[in-house]
Ligand binder design. Sequence first.
Ligand code: CAO
Length: 425
Amino acid sequence: MSKALEGVKVLDFTHVQSGPTCTQLLAWFGADVIKVERPGEGDATRKQLIDVPGADSLYFTMLNHNKRSITIDSKNPKGKEILERLVQTCDVLVENFAPGALDRMGLTWERIQQLNPRMIYASVKGFGPGKYEDCKVYENVAQCAGGSASTTGFRDGPPLVTGAQIGDSGTGLHLALGIVAALFQRETSGRGQRVQAPMQDSVLNLCRVKLRDQQRLAKGPLKEYSQHSEGIPFGEAVPRAGNDSGGGQPGRILKCKGWETDPNAYTYFITQAAAWEKVCDVIGEPEWKTKPGYSKPAERLDKLNEIFNRVEQWTMTKTKFEVMDLCNPLDIPAGPILSMKEIAEDEGLRASGTIVEVDHPKRGKYLSVGCPIKLSDSPVEVTRSPLLGEHTDEILATVLGYSADEISAFKSSGATEPSKKMAAE
Ligand code: CAO
């Protein structure tokens, strides 16, 4: 069966997490992703958080499946020449270097357009144009600058970053969509274009509901926030809302049986208006169905703490899975708080290919997250990440059409070896 992006060649100049997430998705959809790495060193994550001595880290392997690796010193004249040849041959160039780094390699947008007017040139930077545009940015900086940290955590605690890598992987997803849209437009325009997804903007996009609440706040208190039922006045900015539901249906994280010893014995529980009568029955408060002040959603807003405390008395008598099993048939939305251990063992996620076991020549078998997006006509087979420079010869021969003699001439130019400066470091 063919793949959705079959025939698309991606020159992958990405490193760390944001860019590699994007190009991994493109590879899973069938693109030929050629990862260009610094000779001798490669993507810095290869050597970060090492758990198996001598093998690429899980950080690297889990973000670089289905790619090929070529080592090129982009500062060596012969290396520059090869890079320009690759720009002429590929459809997409993806990079997430610090601002200006690609320009300093000689690959400005103007030069790229001269070399290949059909090239789609996609970049991740921390910030878009403005006073911070030259900053280097990592995940948590983006979470803070994009509005996530100020709205995450509890009102009486400090801002919090989330475990979900919304700054890096979230931006990679945004960039991948931009690239696919640009490839589609190129079908009619015949031209490439620039695609930019700043991390701050991508995080903000994921925090859209908080900007919604910022504007609602000007009109009065946010009644679905628990601080409203606690009688605590709101300030000028959207506060941290703990585990309150971000939607119109009140929800909280509640303790379940075993919470005293198991840090994940909790459930998310939503008192959805449509299921209110069933909630009342299941927790043993049937009179709340008709009781004034409790029967209508708007009347309940100042009593959410009392109501959730009562629901929690019930959930504490059940395991998180029993809560799920009892609530689901009644259409009461609830969900267990799953640990990473439980997720790793989840049969459903394994069956769907979202959790996959991959074999690697240097580290053996390991678990990874497969492609979470399922295309019925473009199935994904996850293959291991490349070793550093593993496909240098193959790419020179098959993509650029180099003969064996040309490949050895290229190699003796030093462009695939660590530069003296790098070797000394
Ligand atoms: N050959 C020779 N040199 C190479 C090379 C190659 N194949 N590949 C990279 N380099 C060089 C670059 O040219 C650059 O050199 P100069 O600064 O001298 O021009 C240098 O390596 C380092 O690149 P960098 O500045 O991007 O790397 P860094 O480790 O200092 O910064 C990061 C990392 C992530 C902070 C920065 O790249 C960045 O801000 N990227 C954009 C935002 C982003 O994606 N952040 C998310 C990262 S995941 O948390």
